[in-house]
Design a protein around this ligand. Sequence first.
Ligand code: SF4
Length: 367
Amino acid sequence: MTDNGGLYLHVPFCQKKCRYCDFYSGFADETQIDRYCKALIRSINQWGGKFHRPIDTIYFGGGTPSLLNHRLPDVIKAVKESFNVLPETEITLEMNPTGNAEEILYFAKQAGVNRLSIGMQSGIDRELESLGRTHTFSDTENTVKIARNSGFSDISLDLMIGLPDSDEDTLTESLKKAVALNPEHISAYILKIEENTAFYKKAENLNLPDDDDVCDQYLLMCDYLKGKGYGHYEISNFAKKDFESRHNLKYWLGADYLGLGPSAHSFMANKRFFYPRDLKGFIEGNSPIPDGEGGGAEEFIMLRLRLKSGITETEYCEKFGKNLTDTFKKKAQLFQKNGLMNIENDRYYLTDSGMLLSNSIITECLE
Ligand code: SF4
């Protein structure tokens, strides 16, 4: 595992709130974005000397970080001046399909962004409308086209499954359209109805597929994407060879990362901490809140089992000086019999069906 760290920057602005979203984000005018950027650069400068690892991934998440637009080069410049940023650093910008992609991507390219994560969500306009998205599928096509013309060769598309009124046919249509755009990476998340969202308030009126249908959609997606050459490397992530998200892998491999911006979480030297969901507070210079210790054996198992590479007893033993428990191994054998886990030599990893039940399997294994 790499000793290098990652930097996450949370940009809490969106044009409009999507009906299913509980991320910390909201509308802001240009003046507020300017204020936030000043605060972000200030915190980058403050943290630079305190993060004692070189960094090789920078991730702008949100929200809609592409709303930083012409401000992006100054933020990345500040990061490079304050941190030991290695050459070949992966710099990801999340963005939504938009009419002003050309302008955004001009500044992104100038700033050194080399990976884009585009919120496609669906290939069907009716679904996008019901999610409260501000774009159509044709906006996604145009944004990807402009990104390619601007020289971006590492593009990820975000998709959602288990949407209202969806079935295997609608999902297949979205998958076909996504793959036709030839992205290097695809993330696909199952819709969850979270409290404090517009969907939550009208949940009983949503025609959601039941749990079995969602499982079928997930398995269909895994097969479809594998058939198109995308490796299924994490529960919700698929990539062409060597295009896995290096930044997100840091979370699952237990590397150090620093998160700046309201609601951003960090893990440094086995300590977890986070900035509150409070834009005003962040602009005024609030401090992050401690969130306990991390990096223990249980967490290691939990995170590794999210990955298709799973966990080996050898690496567990090297890290914690002990073998996996007998309970873990017995439970793993049981899950293997039920087709939910594979065991190869000393490697344990979940099958696609197992990934759907990862939370309960992991809890069982850790009992
Ligand atoms: S664009 Fe993304 S972050 Fe913004 S409201 Fe929609 S889902 Fe949430």
